[in-house]
Design a protein around this ligand. Structure first.
Ligand code: SF4
Ligand code: SF4
Length: 175
């Protein structure tokens, strides 16, 4: 179902989505979270094996020779490292994928996630904010895909990937 067919959600801050999924991140998400929390990316980033069955548009990086998606490192099974039980410890810098949840980007469109754990009812007043975040996310994903394509010509360790990605952020912001 497309977002314009079903309306737009209002978040009830129940936290269910923070304990249910792997949260994919881009180079810009990693930079924003590291700056906002003061934590080292190696403490909160992980490379999980790519699942080709996932419908969402995913950027796949070669990490130690394996096709991987760069995600937040779970603190335990499916629990986001920034989930506190009463909210997100990195809320202002939360990844773009969290900002658009329970939607996801698939083939350039914002669609309702098939795996949705969100209990919230649909409302329409947040539509403009979701669309703005979606557009921003789509742009950042495109930039991230370019960086990852360059990385994949050689590949390497997760640590080297993070260093490479953050160097690209600096280059982007210096332009
Ligand atoms: S980063 Fe924040 S909003 Fe995103 S899953 Fe983790 S706790 Fe939830
Ligand atoms: S599951 Fe839905 S209502 Fe709960 S925190 Fe996530 S987006 Fe908000």
């Amino acid at each position: 179902m497309f977002y314009w067919e079903c309306g737009i959600l209002g978040c009830e801050r129940c936290g269910r989505c923070c304990i249910s999924y792997g949260v994919s991140v881009t180079h810009l998400d990693i930079m924003r979270i590291a700056r906002a929390t003061g934590r080292k990316p190696s403490d909160f980033v992980a490379a999980i094996p790519d699942d080709p069955k996932m419908r969402a548009k995913r950027v796949v990086a070669l990490i130690d020779g394996r096709r991987s998606v760069i995600c937040l490192r779970w603190s335990r099974d499916c629990v986001c490292p920034f989930y506190t039980g009463s909210g997100c410890a990195a809320y202002d810098a939360r990844p773009m994928v969290c900002r658009i949840y329970p939607f996801t980007v698939s083939w350039g469109r914002l669609v309702d996630s098939e795996l949705r754990a969100c209990p919230s009812r649909w409302r329409s007043e947040n539509e403009a904010a979701y669309i703005a975040d979606y557009k921003r996310y789509d742009g950042e994903l495109e930039a991230y895909a370019v960086i990852v394509r360059e990385w994949n010509r050689k590949g390497g360790s997760l640590e080297d990937f993070v260093e490479f990605a953050l160097k690209k952020v600096k280059e982007e912001t210096a332009v």
